[in-house]
Design a protein around this ligand. Structure first.
Ligand code: WTA
Length: 632
């Protein structure tokens, strides 16, 4: 299944387009199934209705754990690196991980969880997070992992949207020098979550927490009551594996649904190929399991391939900006997969943190989450890869389940800031506003995918119509990504960023509408408009234009109040970087905010604002521009 030459890539790609069922049927043979499929693929993009490996039965944890026991039971599956480098790291071999997953799966059962139930996971980046995820999959429960930076209200919304029955959390989390009171946040969330019956709490930071009788139980106590034998639940290839909430341009975050068979095949295939993973190598993905990158490329992809996956609790700059390099040296990391925002942040500290660090183990580098600028690409290449490690700039999304457009390490010639070429099985096309395909090279357009792939989303939880409207209705018969893209003279793809109202702040997806709703919940605020602007480290920053005539005290304090409100409603990750109080917003006569103008103003480019003649009150534009001058 591993591609070893560019010629083979071309052949596989050709085959995957000409005969996709045969291609994916062969790839799927590399996985372990309880029962084979009777049909590889049936699909239409109208409803949409997509089924891969129909009729097949499996359990993804047998592929990630059981099947490795004989050959590599004693090989490390997970190496955990704690937030505090003074603490010991923890290695779990495949045998140990298997045991713990089975044991915790029995804990879930003991607490009433069964196949099909939804389970919310809100945990720090500790091995137990991976164990919790896999234990859900073991018993056929559907996990919904929520990133530790989201607020109680965001958690409650997500729990209620999918009616979770069980919550798995910890007393708290460490993040650099900070401590986050996870259980407190969960307690606040659960006030409004009637479906939750049990909450399993891991001891990690051991801060005092409230434990409600009948609902809350300690992880450490529970595991003593069960044994470590747990036969995996037999799942249909199209049974739900997990839900992961992600932001779109409108409304509340959507619960993207992935299913067992296709997701497994796609995560495993792309992991093995894109990173050119070799047996025994140490692979380190710096993402959080709260995001799709952690699901596919810390847990399921690497483990399905018997890899050794490093799980890091902390942040790149704690206790010093050498932390990543210390980890690379300590664990002899061969592949480092991280985000441009981390690269840019570390770059800003210069060469000093790299001095005397042995990075010679590095063989492959990866980037994900946002466009990587050329300067960051070259720094990564020269300073970290020493010009010898291929960089795979991997473009994909929560909805795609796995990497879509990317170089294949050691196979595809790379080009700075280009995601290069589609992986086998992926058929991207560029379209114009009217949905007309833009053919040929040296062109730009909106990126769509015209044929299904096994890892694609199947629906959005509880609202199939929303899935159809969001992804399959903009252009008939195409999956629309929301990204703009250019294809250069060599046919190489470069993702230029979102073309909808979704921001990408430090690689985190945030909808402008969500942030506006949160700001508007603040007392005194009448209306707001949020746009992105270029930010040196974060990629994009959040700029909020706010009408707030009822200022309570000083403007600066009111801004802080608003930030606090956003933190309460969504979480600290959605806090605007800049707030500008204005008396009005540029609106058309029909009442639509002209974001184009606000974007230009936020970028600081007011020389050419385009046609403003359709504005209800053109004078407001000058007023806003004047106000920006006073803002740092
Ligand atoms: C952006 C993250 C440029 C893109 C895996 C996409 C990228 C969104 C890249 C999905 C890349 C991701 N180059 N842009 N290599 N990778 N993006 O769902 O805008 O958190 O639509 O999935 O991130 O973000 P998500």
């Amino acid at each position: 299944m591993q591609i070893t030459s560019f010629k083979q890539y071309e052949e596989d790609f050709k085959k995957s387009v000409e005969n996709p069922e045969q291609f994916w049927g062969e790839v799927a043979q590399n996985f372990q199934w309880r029962k084979p499929w009777f049909k590889v693929l049936s699909w239409n993009f109208e409803e949409p209705n997509i089924k891969w490996f129909e009729g097949a039965k499996l359990n993804i944890t047998e592929n990630c754990l059981d099947r490795h026991l004989e050959k590599r039971g004693d090989q490390p599956a997970i190496i955990w690196e704690p937030n505090n480098p003074e603490e010991e790291s923890v290695t779990l071999t495949y045998k140990m991980l298997h045991e713990r997953v089975c044991r915790f799966a029995n804990v879930l059962k003991r607490n009433g969880a069964k196949k099909g139930d939804r389970i919310c996971i809100y945990m720090p980046m500790v091995p137990e997070l991976a164990i919790a995820v896999l234990a859900c999959a073991r018993i056929g429960a559907v996990h919904s992992v929520i990133f530790g930076g989201f607020s109680a209200k965001s958690i409650a919304d997500r729990i209620n949207d999918s009616q979770c029955k069980v919550v798995i959390t910890a007393d708290g989390a460490y993040r650099g020098s900070k401590q986050i009171p996870l259980k407190d946040v969960i307690d606040d969330a659960l006030i409004g979550c009637p479906t939750v019956e049990k909450c399993i709490v891991l001891t990690h930071v051991r801060t005092p927490v409230s434990m409600l009788k009948g609902r809350d139980v300690w992880w450490e106590d529970e595991v003593k009551h069960v044994n470590d034998i747990c036969e995996a639940e037999e799942m249909d290839a199209e049974d739900m594996l997990f839900i992961l909430y992600t932001s779109g341009s409108t409304g509340k975050p959507k619960g993207v649904v992935h299913t067992c068979g296709g997701y497994m095949v796609y995560a495993g295939y792309t992991f093995a190929n894109v990173f050119n993973y070799q047996p025994g190598e140490v692979y380190f993905c710096t993402a959080d399991i709260g995001w799709i990158t952690g699901h596919s490329y810390i847990v399921y992809g690497p483990l399905s391939q018997g890899a050794t996956s490093v799980l890091f609790e902390g942040i790149p700059t704690y206790p010093t900006p050498s932390r990543f390099w210390d980890i690379v040296e300590k664990h002899q990391v061969n592949t480092l997969y991280t985000a441009p925002t981390a690269i840019r942040s570390l770059m800003s500290y210069g060469d000093e943190p790299l001095a005397e660090k042995d990075l010679s183990s590095i063989r492959v580098l990866g980037s994900v989450g946002e466009p990587i600028n050329e300067e960051a690409w070259h720094w990564f290449d020269e300073k970290i890869g020493k010009g010898k490690a291929p960089i795979v700039d991997t473009w994909w999304q929560t909805e795609t389940g796995g990497i879509m457009i990317s170089p294949i390490a050691t196979v595809t010639p790379t080009k700075p800031s280009f995601a290069t070429l589609p992986l086998p099985g992926i058929q991207p096309i560029l379209v114009d506003e009217n949905g007309q395909e833009i053919v040929g090279n040296d062109v730009m357009g909106n990126l769509c995918i015209k044929f299904p792939w096994p890892g694609m989303l199947r629906t959005t939880y509880g609202d199939h119509e929303r899935c159809k409207q969001t992804y399959f209705s903009t252009y008939p018969n195409l999956y629309f990504t929301g990204d703009g893209c250019l294809r250069d003279q060599d046919g190489y793809y470069r993702i230029t960023g979102r073309v909808d109202d979704v921001l990408n702040v430090s690689g985190h997806r945030i909808g402008t509408a969500e942030v506006e709703n949160a700001i508007n919940m603040h007392a005194g605020v009448v209306e707001s408009a949020v746009v992105g602007y270029p930010h040196d480290v974060k990629g994009q920053g959040i700029y909020a234009f706010v009408i707030n005539p009822e200022m309570h005290g000083e403007a600066e304090l009111t801004k802080k109040d608003i930030l606090q409100t956003v933190t309460r409603v969504i979480g600290a990750i959605a806090k605007p970087d800049k707030i500008l109080f204005v008396s009005g917003l540029p609106k058309t006569r029909s009442g639509k905010i002209m974001r184009r103008i606000l974007r230009k103003i936020a970028e600081g480019d007011t020389s050419n604002l385009g046609d403003t003649s359709t504005l209800l009150d053109p004078a407001i534009v000058d007023e806003i521009i004047e106000a920006t001058k006073a803002l740092k």
